[in-house]
Ligand binder design. Sequence first.
Ligand SMILES: [Zn+2]
Length: 275
Amino acid sequence: MPELPEVETIRRQLAPVVEGRRIAEMEVLDQRWSAPALGVEVADAVRGRRIDRLDRRGKYLVWELSGDVHLVMHLRMTGNLLYADDARFARVRIRLDDGGAVVFADQRRFGTGVVLLGSDARDDYFASRLGVEPLSADFTADHIRELARGRRAPAKAFLLNQERIAGVGNIYADEALFIARIHPLRPIGTLRGKQFDELRAAVVEVLEAGIDARGATIDDFRHTDGASGAFQDRFLVHLRAGEPCARCGTTIKKIRAAGRGTYLCPRCQRAPRAA
Ligand SMILES: [Zn+2]
């Protein structure tokens, strides 16, 4: 699933070619994409509007349109946005006033789109879904400490919860916990002192490295021109079970945490003592 760095990569590639353009037409080819709203309702709401800015919140892409209208997309499992007229598994097509086009392609069809009228509606939408942006100034060690206070949730599950920290998924959680030397099953409320600083720094470091590598392509994620990201070549632990830890040489292990395949170094990330 595309995480923050993958969505940010798409945003950065698409922004220069869509910002300032108008939406000439939008076709929702798969009604499930916009349900319960009808595709024609979404198309009517955005037709003719100027794209003022392409923004991102967590893993959501936000098209800020003229007239305070916001088109919000989520790629979910296999969604991709391609700057192209057509693509395999096309579910939505946006035609621009300069002849360009953007296609939302999505093999497994879990991706979604919604139109929100007014910035209050947009803010309400995100307030109930997303916590702090990890690349913003609000993401501090104190903020994480506050979110973690008294919680028994394993560190991995804590990082994956979008309502606390927005945009971190399976790949970047594994990498950040390895860098911060925190076991994925460690109850988050038991972290001590500077571990919160180390966790904050590690999350920021891996997300920035992911953006720098233009995302990770394990299976479906593609750039807007169809190319692949490169962060998968830089994974330290994710998908590296059986290989030696880059830091200590111990064999990397795969476990299950928060219902997800989770990779760790059993020496660098000491298991929590049984309660
Ligand atoms: Zn190690």
